[in-house]
Ligand binder design. Structure first.
Ligand SMILES: [Zn+2]
Length: 299
């Protein structure tokens, strides 16, 4: 690949970049998050270790979403008995992300195994059309990256490895994945190529992953291999909540629940836990649910 003289000193934020090793059946992807990450954590008061972990989950969700071949979203969820009971990131095929750590107000630890003790990682692929797929693995090895490595190792997929880093300001990740045999048919040669490429990635430090532009990083790691870089794709923070969806959730409670809430509160206020957006519903707004004539509908 080319020399890296004219590159920016820092990796451009909020984008993912796909690359391909020209001589082997291996592809890769990097992601760098800046504003998208900071905007999400700015909405909550997380402990630094929680923000850091959330950043790694966001980077991972983007990397995994790039393997989606359909319209829909990927949901990465950690459920645990530790200081973070639930951590969730959603990423659409358009690389719009939202994320939350729920119940983590008391988190004091900086240790992965304490934050997510007895944790499970749930990976859900939710296409707009068609069947949902869900995979569940234990959170192990003291990091999300190791847990994902083990997930890929145990699912019957192509070899895949993930590296992740976050520091509260930036989050980044690197994914390597073997492609079906095309250039190299020989199994032994394929595994040798995979071992070579992934062992070099093993040497990447967190600060390199966070700061270096993809081209610089790849040059440092693989200056002897021809690597083709594709056009970057933008990543953004975008919440999928809406007044209509919130109304639907409220309506699904049924008339008596809605009546109780109105009696108690005068009007109903629903907060989106991802983006803090508030939605207000008056008795008039809920007329159709309550079966009151003349009620205003939202449809
Ligand atoms: Zn929202």
């Amino acid at each position: 690949m080319n020399k890296t003289d004219d590159l920016p000193a820092h990796a451009p934020d909020d984008r993912s970049l796909r690359f391909l090793f020209e001589d082997t059946d291996i592809r890769g992807e990097t992601v760098h998050l800046g504003d998208a990450y900071r905007d999400i954590i700015a909405l909550h008061q997380y402990a630094p270790a929680v923000s850091k972990l959330l950043g790694e989950f966001m980077a991972a969700a983007v990397l995994l979403s790039t393997t989606l071949k359909f319209e829909g979203k990927l949901i990465l969820q950690a459920r645990s008995e530790g200081q973070i009971p639930l951590l969730m990131v959603e990423c659409t095929n358009a690389l719009e992300i939202r994320a939350i750590a729920r119940g983590a107000d008391q988190a004091t630890s900086t240790n992965f195994d304490q934050l997510l003790s007895k944790g499970q990682l749930v990976i859900t692929i939710d296409p707009d059309q068609g069947q949902r797929y869900q995979g569940i693995v234990p959170l192990i090895g003291g990091s999300l990256a190791h847990s994902l490595d083990s997930y890929f190792e145990h699912s019957e997929q192509l070899s895949t490895r993930v590296w992740l880093a976050a520091d509260g300001q930036r989050a980044a990740g690197l994914l390597l994945q073997q492609l079906p045999p095309q250039l190299t048919e020989d199994t032994a040669e394929r595994s040798q190529q995979w071992a070579h490429v992934s062992s070099l990635a093993e040497t990447v430090q967190d600060d390199e992953l966070l700061a270096l532009p993809t081209q610089t990083l790849l040059y440092r790691l693989y200056h002897e291999e021809p690597v083709r870089l594709f056009e970057p794709a933008a990543v953004s923070f975008r919440c999928s909540c809406s007044r209509q969806r919130t109304y639907n959730a409220l309506a699904s409670l049924g008339p008596s629940e809605v009546e109780d809430l109105l009696q108690e509160l005068g009007r109903i206020t629903m907060d989106c836990e991802f983006c803090n957006q508030q939605y207000h519903f008056s008795r008039e707004d809920m007329g159709e649910v309550l079966g009151e004539p003349g009620g205003r509908t939202l449809h």
